[in-house]
Each structure stands twice: as C-alpha cells, then as structure tokens.
Ligand binder design. Sequence first.
Ligand SMILES: C[S@@+](CC[C@H](N)C(=O)[O-])C[C@H]1O[C@@H](n2cnc3c(N)ncnc32)[C@H](O)[C@@H]1O
Length: 277
Amino acid sequence: MIKLPYFDALLASLERGDPVVERAFGRHVHWGYWPEPQAAELTPEAFAAAAEALTREVCRAAAIGDGQRVLDAGCGFGGTVASLNENHAYMDLCGLNIDRRQLRRARRQVAARPGNRICFVAGDACALPFADRSFDAVVAVECIFHFPDRRRFFAEARRVLKPGGRLALSDFVSTAPLLPVTLWSRLGIGGGFYGRCDLSYTRGGYRRLAEAAGFVVETERDITAGTLPTYSFLRRFGGALQVDAAAIAETGFAELVSRLRLLRYMIYGFRAPDGNG
Ligand SMILES: C[S@@+](CC[C@H](N)C(=O)[O-])C[C@H]1O[C@@H](n2cnc3c(N)ncnc32)[C@H](O)[C@@H]1O
C-alpha cells in the first residue's frame, strides 16, 4: 500500500468536517493556477477556483472534446473527472487510483450527468487494467512523481490510447542545477509528508521519455509563475491540515526552489501517432 501522509491528513480533516479543507481540497488535490498571480486572492474558494483552472489547462493540453473516452490516472477525489463531466457531453470517464479510500470519496462526490458515464477503478497507473487502444485521452494531474516508474506509465498510456490519442499531465520538473538535490528522490527514500516523490525529471528527460514511448510532444508549458500563490495559500491555511514541522519544511523547500526557478511547474501534452502500434 502506498504511503501518502498528506492524504491521511486530508482524509482525517474531511472526516472531521473541516470547512477550509472541504472547500480548498475537497475536489482537487493539486496546486492552483492563477493566470494573473499578482492579483491572486488567498481564500479557500479562490484556491479551489485556481485548482479547477489548473485541471482545465491540463485537459486543454489533451485536446479533450465531447464524446470521448478519457482516463484520469491518479484521480484523487475525482476532481478532474467531475470537471470533464460538467463541461462535456456524451463522455465515458474513468478515474483510476491506487488508494481505495480516495476512490470511495470520489464515488460519493461525482455523479454522471445524463448522457455521460463515469467509473472509478482501483489500480496502478503503471499496470493499467484496460484494453489496448481503448481511450481517446489519458490525463495525469500532478501525480506522476508518485508513480513507481514514469517510463512504465508512458508505455502503458501509449498502449491504452487509440491512434492519434493524447496524454497530458502536469509535473514538477527539475533544472540541471537542482539535479544533485533531486536525484536521490528517484531512489524512493526519505518519503516524508508528501510520500515518495521522484522530482528528478528534467525537460530533456521528458523529451526522451516521449520519444522512447513513441509520442510527439505537442505542449510544453512552464506555468511556474502562475502556481506560486499556492505557497502563500498553504502558509495561511495549511494549519487546517494540522501538519507537522517536516511538512512545513518540505513545502518550504519546494517554494524556495520554485521561486528561484530551479524547479518548474510544467504542463505537457503528447500525441500518439495516427498509426498507433
Ligand atoms: C497530488 S494527488 C493528485 C490527485 C488528482 N490527480 C488531483 O489532481 O486532484 C496524487 C494522486 O496520485 C495517486 N497515485 C499515487 N501513486 C499512484 C499509482 N501508482 N497509481 C495510481 N494512482 C496513484 C494518489 O493516490 C493521489 O490520488
């Protein structure tokens, strides 16, 4: 079973009925995106809107349209599935998560609109329990750093995508000067509040990953500046999660290296070839 102490804290707060956690993280569990970061409002409602904006940017990179079958790998509480359900018609949406507790909440929270279909499935993103060529798009919002192996996930995404299908994701991407610090994270040791997070991929690493799996890179966007208000929000409201000193130190490190532009927040979109496989 994967160890994700931040989800233990989130689930405990939601269980207690904490209104701040419910409003800020009850749907999406990822950083916010503010197109105008200088004007960012730091309320739970504004944070939730920024988290929704980030989801939509990832979905845009996957060029998702009505009538598609979409897999959300690492689906959290089902926020991206909920967003696609609200914004598109005739969808077949599938959320996959390795943590059954999160899936239980997702099933309670997200109901298909008439004409759409939704399923939430337990499984590992690196061993997808789906048939070859069965999805139009695969999205993975801020979760690939937890997966056991990015190469296996890319190969699996490519396998389940139809010819011409898209994979889109968001991730924290290292720059070369940060690599000596982040390479150790590939080994999976030292998982603290955020659990095992492999932050050792660079932009070059992503290009190589895409090429090895047979994808073409369509979108490569650095949205770091638009995500920075997340740290101010977490400083102001993180107390609602009753976090410990280690959690504050990990978040502080991520903020420092992001503000120094050593760690980048990227959105990627990849396209499978028309004659897929
Ligand atoms: C930061 S959360 C993001 C959740 C969701 N994508 C969102 O944006 O709200 C990371 C998610 O990845 C999931 N996860 C971690 N390892 C996984 C794996 N091997 N397979 C599937 N899901 C995984 C976690 O359980 C968690 O839901």
